[in-house]
Design a protein around this ligand. Structure first.
Ligand code: DQA
Length: 147
């Protein structure tokens, strides 16, 4: 199984950025833990601060991988273009947030992406990514059982 994690703006600063909200672990360290935890899954990773680059990656991977775990950061709350990219591709996308966006400022309560994603996982810290991967593994198993 091939899964890609795509992180949006400012998530390259995880570990340094507002640790009270986002924790003190870098994403690179967390990714190693994830890869050890799911040895049968190829987990790739991409991060960009640039909206168009995130869209390019969604387009490039969205027809060939089994699932995308997407934390679009603040673009979640602003980007019709990322929502359109998700609509355009074939593989399921799980929207992820480290923080519980619903506990925070009102502008974080709305997501352009949720209506076009398989589901949303928010508020479990870095563990949100693990939960998203498990949901995609479960979905893949269901598909295999159908065949
Ligand atoms: C975030 C929540 C967003 O509102 C914020 O802009 C981020 C990170 C999260 O993971 O909790 O950059 O997506």
């Amino acid at each position: 199984m091939n899964i890609i994690i795509i992180n949006g703006p400012n998530l390259n600063l995880l570990g340094k950025r507002e640790p009270g909200i986002y924790g003190s672990q870098s994403f690179e360290d967390y990714l190693e833990e994830l890869q050890e935890r799911f040895p049968d899954v190829t987990i790739s990773y991409y991060q960009s601060n640039i909206e168009g680059e995130l869209i390019n990656t969604i387009q490039e991977t969205g027809f060939i991988c089994d699932g995308i775990v997407l934390n679009a950061g603040a673009y979640t709350h602003t980007s019709v273009a990322i929502a359109d990219a998700i609509r355009a591709i074939k593989c399921p996308v799980v929207e992820v947030h480290i923080s519980n966006v619903h506990k925070r400022e009102e502008f974080r309560h709305h997501s352009y992406l949720s209506p076009v994603c398989l589901g949303v996982i928010a508020g479990f810290g870095m563990d949100s990514y693990r939960l998203a991967i498990e949901s995609l593994i479960g979905l893949n198993k269901e598909k295999e059982d159908e065949h």
